[in-house]
Design a protein around this ligand. Structure first.
Ligand code: FES
Ligand code: FE2
Length: 419
């Protein structure tokens, strides 16, 4: 059971919150889908861990990530002009380049070089991988990147979106780790996804047939492997292994070998997060015209930079369509599968009160992830790395999410191939 203090420690990231300090110095944060930053176009305001920044792509394609406040007198650089290789503040025209150097201070009379020596905007290292732009916010030297399996794929084998969600980051992370909801919450969409893959031997439809999986959790170098085991009526077992790449990435099995969904819940502040949602496939090109992506984008309205926006609030049940339910849709959220995830997370409140939960056996992956994060907090406070050393790789193929059917009487751990 989670105590009020543990819930606070797990969820709060703003100001001096220990979790904010841990996350900042633990891992890289994705903050945008690559296509959100266009060379020469307006800078974007980014809020992470309760602090405000500005990101922009200069004319050469390089991304700059700096504090929002102008180094002169604090005007928002989100208002700045993107002039080729610099952002120019609209107040007095100071110019900052992608490395955070102030390269022009037109208001200063006298020796510019001497004046500007030592003045910079705080700048943060940025990398682009897997269709996302990531930043290192830590005070410590940048950590190694997690080795996510889709980083090695061609660009057009990864489809990626982002949505701003009005609740705490851990609700997003836990939603992705929770395999048990797939056959309930998403049953109307999973039926479509299953149909789109059934001719290729896709197995995801089996998640609809047993909603009480048994879990086996394994510690990995990068976090946890959470395997949900569902017994089928013929005695076989449907096995779904979700990979939790701590602290906030989950890779969820798709319906084929070497495919899967990507969920990343990045804390904006205590009560908002960015939910990156995507899909990767080693053997398929993915875009909005391909069946796999069409099964995920639902009714065809797609903005990858705001993938599952709300149609309402608590007052109108977030736009739930009771007429659609009467016509057979299970949830009445008919835009896409992610809309269902986001509505249930937000409906728990800005920061859900975990002291009042009653976890069932299907929640063991979530409970283990919380314990891992609490241990990481303790390690960090003691000056140790967040995750204790563990045998195994930092990811790659070891971090592939897998679903497969294991025939009756066989041990799922000794099955390396799809049945
Ligand atoms: S505040 Fe930005 S140039 Fe003066
Ligand atoms: Fe979901």
């Amino acid at each position: 059971m989670i105590t009020a203090e543990q819930n606070q420690n797990l969820t709060r990231v703003e100001g001096d919150a220990p979790m904010g300090a841990l996350l900042r110095n633990w891992t890289w944060f994705p903050f945008a889908v690559s296509s959100q930053l266009v060379p020469g176009e307006a800078p974007t305001r980014v809020r992470l861990l309760g602090k405000d920044y500005v990101a922009f792509r200069n004319a050469e394609g390089k991304v700059g990530f700096i504090d929002e406040a102008c180094p002169h007198r604090g005007v928002s650089m989100a208002l700045a002009r993107n002039e080729g290789c610099v952002l120019r503040c609209i107040f007095h025209g100071w110019a900052v380049d992608a490395e955070g150097n102030v390269v022009d201070a037109p208001t200063h009379h006298g020796d510019q070089a001497a004046f500007l020596k030592g003045i910079r905007s705080r700048h943060y290292p940025v990398e682009e991988r897997g269709g996302m732009i990531w930043v290192w916010l830590g005070d410590l030297p940048a950590a190694d990147f997690p080795d996510l399996p889709f980083f090695h794929l061609p660009e057009d084998h990864v489809w990626m979106t982002v949505t701003k969600v009005d609740c705490n980051w851990l609700q997003g992370v836990e939603g992705a780790l929770d395999s048990a909801h797939v056959g309930t919450l998403h049953q109307s969409w999973i039926a479509q996804l299953a149909a789109s893959t059934s001719t290729e031997g896709g197995t995801i439809g089996l998640a609809l047939k047993a909603v009480a999986p048994r879990y086996e959790i394994d510690r990995t170098t990068f976090g946890l492997s959470a395997t949900a085991l569902r017994e089928m009526s013929d005695g076989s077992i449907y096995v779904r292994t979700t990979q939790f790449v701590a602290p906030f990435i989950s890779l969820v099995p798709g319906s084929q070998r070497n495919e899967g969904s990507i969920f990343i819940g990045v804390p904006i502040d205590d009560t908002h997060h960015l939910l990156f949602f995507g899909y990767f496939a080693e053997d398929l090109v993915l875009n909005e015209d391909t069946p796999r992506v069409q099964a995920l984008i639902g009714n065809g309205r797609v903005n990858p930079h705001d993938f599952a926006p709300f149609k309402g609030s608590r007052e109108n049940n977030w736009g739930q369509d009771r007429a659609a339910m009467a016509d057979g849709h299970f949830t009445g959220f008919t835009d896409n599968l992610l809309e269902e995830d986001i509505v249930v997370q937000v409906s728990m409140g800005p920061i859900t009160d975990r002291t009042r939960e009653h976890p069932s056996s299907s929640d063991v992956a979530i409970v283990q992830a919380r314990l891992l994060l609490l241990r990481a907090l303790r390690n960090h406070n003691e000056g140790a790395p967040p995750l204790a050393p563990h045998n195994g790789s930092w990811g790659g193929d070891d971090a592939l999410p897998i679903d497969r059917v294991v025939p009756e009487g066989q041990d799922w751990r000794n099955q390396s191939e799809l049945a």
